[in-house]
Ligand binder design. Structure first.
Ligand code: FAD
Length: 462
C-alpha cells in the first residue's frame, strides 16, 4: 500500500498530524500498536485528571463544614477505576471517529522502519513519501533502585508500580511512597492522600516541582504537609527492598541514611522516549544521549523525509500541548504553509488542589540572566471569590522588566491552570502589564487576581 504520509503513533502528536494531513489532501495512514489517543488520553493527562476530580470530591466531602454534614460515605476503588477507564475509552473513541471522518487509515500493530520509505507492520509493508515518528515516551526504568535481577513478577507482587498502574488500582493503598516530586508525583500524592492512603513523597532536589519557580514547590509542600502528606526533599534514593511484604525505601538525606516503609512504591522518576526497536538506528537517524530523536526547526530528522514530533523528539518538554503545536507546525511545513504555532512559551500546569501553573521565566531564571525586573505578587487570601468558595490558598506572582513587559508568571491557587491562559496570550503577544491593568475583568472571579497583581506595577492597589 502506498501513502503520501505515514504517522507512527496515535497520541496527541500522531493523531493531530494524521488528521490534518488527511484534511490537507494527503493520503494518510496512522499506525498505533496500543490504543488511539496514546499516553495522554489513555494513561496520562486524561485519566489523571479524571482521578483528580474524584479525589477533589472526596476531599470536599471529608472537609465539609459549616452546617453541611455528610455521614457514612464510602469509596470503591474498583468502581472508580472502571469509571476512569470509561472516560479514557470515550475520549479515545472520539479521536478515532475524527480520524475515520477525515479518512485516515488506522493500522493496528507495531511499526518498524525498514528504509526511508518503507514501514513494516505485522509482516505487511507500507510505502510512504513521508514518515512521521510520533511514538511518544514511557515511564523511565527504575531497576537501578531495586535489588539486582529482581523479576517482573516479584516487582508486581511487592506493589512497586509506575504511573500506568497507579491509575487503575483496585484497592486504596494503605500507604504509598512516591519517588519523584515533579508534576506526576505531586498529582498522585494529592490523589492518594484524598483517597485515604498514608502518602510520602520523596524528591531528589530541595523542593517539590524543581523545574518551576521555587515558591511554587515550597507552597505546595506547606499545603501538602497540612493535609497530612509527608514530603521528604533532598532525598537520594539508594535501594527499595521488601521485607515481609513491606517495602523499605532506603535513602540518604544530608549525609544520613534513612528509611521509609510503605505498602506501595510508585516511581515517577521521568519518562524516556520510545525510540528503540523502531529501526531508526539502522537508518542512521540521529538521537540525543537521552534517546530522543534530534530534529531541525521543521521537525525533520537528519533524513529529510523522516520527521519526529511529540515526546519522542528532542528539545522540548514532554507535554501534550507541545505535541499538538509541533504536529500543527510540522504539517504546515509539509504542506508548504507558514509555521505559525508558537513553541517559545510553554505553560507548565499541575492539577493538584490548589493547582500550580507557570509560563515564561521564573524568578531564579530572571536573576541568572541578570535582567532588571520587578516582582508583583498578591495572595488569594485577598480574593473575594477565593474566600467565598473556601479555596484561598496560594498566590499570583508576575515578573516584569522595568518597562512593564511580562517575563514570567507563576500561580498557585484554585483554577491556576485556567487563569494562566490569560498570561499565555499576554506574554506571547508582548502585552504590557498596564494593558492588563486596564482590562475590565468580571467580579467575583479568580482571574481578577491577575489584574489585581498587575495594579501593583502602577502603585494602584488599595
Ligand atoms: P504518546 O501520547 O505517548 O503517543 C505515542 C503513541 O505511539 C502511543 O500510543 C504508543 O502506543 C504508540 N507507539 C509507540 N511505538 C510504536 C510503534 N513502534 N508502532 C506503533 N505505535 C507505537 N501532558 C500534559 O500536557 N498535561 C498533563 O496533564 C499531563 N499529564 C500526564 C500524566 C501522566 C501520568 C503521564 C504519563 C503523562 C502526562 N502528560 C501530560 C504527558 C503527555 O501524556 C505526553 O506529553 C503526550 O501524550 C505526548 O504525546 P505523543 O503523541 O508525543 O506521545
Amino acid at each position: 500500500m502506498n501513502y503520501d504520509i505515514i504517522v507512527i503513533g496515535g497520541g496527541p502528536a500522531g493523531y493531530t498530524i494524521a488528521s490534518l494531513a488527511a484534511k490537507g489532501g494527503l493520503k494518510t495512514a496512522m499506525i498505533e500498536k496500543k490504543k488511539v489517543g496514546g499516553t495522554c488520553l489513555n494513561i496520562g493527562c486524561i485519566p489523571t485528571k479524571a482521578l483528580i476530580s474524584r479525589a477533589s470530591l472526596i476531599k470536599k466531602i471529608k472537609n465539609s463544614k459549616s452546617g453541611i454534614h455528610i455521614d457514612g460515605f464510602s469509596i470503591n476503588m474498583e468502581e472508580i477505576s472502571n469509571d476512569v477507564r470509561a472516560v479514557t475509552d470515550s475520549v479515545s473513541k472520539g479521536v478515532e471517529f475524527l480520524l475515520n471522518k477525515n479518512k485516515v487509515d488506522i493500522i493496528s500493530g507495531e511499526a518498524s522502519i525498514i528504509d526511508k520509505n518503507t514501514i513494516n507492520v505485522n509482516g505487511s509493508e507500507y510505502k510512504s513519501d513521508k514518515i512521521v515518528i510520533a511514538t511518544g515516551a514511557k515511564p523511565a526504568d527504575f531497576s537501578r533502585f531495586l535489588k539486582p535481577n529482581i523479576s517482573k513478577d516479584e516487582i508486581a507482587k511487592n506493589k512497586i508500580i509506575t504511573s500506568s498502574d497507579a491509575l487503575f488500582l483496585n484497592e486504596v493503598p494503605k500507604s504509598i511512597a512516591i519517588i519523584g516530586g515533579g508534576a506526576m508525583g505531586v498529582e498522585f500524592a494529592y490523589i492518594f492522600n484524598a483517597l485515604g492512603s498514608t502518602v510520602t513523597i520523596m524528591e531528589y532536589f530541595d523542593n517539590l516541582l524543581p523545574n518551576m519557580d521555587s515558591e511554587c514547590g515550597k507552597t505546595l509542600e506547606r499545603l501538602f504537609t497540612r493535609s497530612g502528606i509527608k514530603v521528604i526533599a533532598s532525598a537520594n534514593i539508594k535501594l527499595v527492598d521488601n521485607e515481609n511484604g513491606i517495602n523499605k525505601i532506603n535513602y540518604e538525606k544530608n549525609g544520613k541514611s534513612e528509611v521509609v516503609e510503605s505498602e506501595y512504591v510508585l516511581f515517577t522518576n521521568g519518562m524516556v522516549a520510545n525510540s528503540d526497536g523502531l529501526g531508526v538506528e539502522k537508518l542512521g537517524v540521529e538521537k540525543a544521549n537521552n534517546g530522543r530523536i534530534i530534529i531541525n526547526n521543521n521537525f525533520q530528522t537528519n533524513i529529510d523525509n523522516i520527521y519526529a514530533i511529540g515526546d519522542v523528539a528532542a528539545g522540548y518538554p514532554m507535554l501534550a500541548h507541545v505535541a499538538y503545536h509541533q504536529a500543527r507546525n510540522c504539517i504546515n511545513h509539509i504542506l508548504n504553509r507558514p509555521i505559525i504555532y508558537d513553541l517559545k512559551y510553554v505553560p507548565s500546569c499541575i492539577y493538584t488542589e490548589p493547582e500550580v501553573a507557570s509560563v515564561g521565566l521564573s524568578e531564579r531564571e530572571v536573576k541568572e540572566k541578570n535582567i532588571e525586573h520587578k516582582v508583583l505578587k498578591t495572595f488569594f487570601k485577598a480574593s473575594g471569590k477565593a474566600s467565598a468558595i473556601g479555596m484561598n490558598d496560594g498566590f499570583v506572582k508576575i515578573i516584569v522588566d522595568n518597562g512593564g513587559t511580562i517575563l514570567g508568571t507563576s500561580v498557585v491557587g484554585y483554577s491556576a491552570t485556567e487563569i494562566i491562559g490569560t498570561i499565555c496570550v499576554a506574554i506571547k503577544n508582548s502585552i504590557k502589564i498596564d494593558d492588563i491593568n486596564s482590562v475590565m475583568l468580571p467580579h467575583p472571579t479568580i482571574v481578577e487576581s491577575i489584574s489585581d497583581t498587575a495594579k501593583i506595577f502602577l502603585d494602584e492597589t488599595l
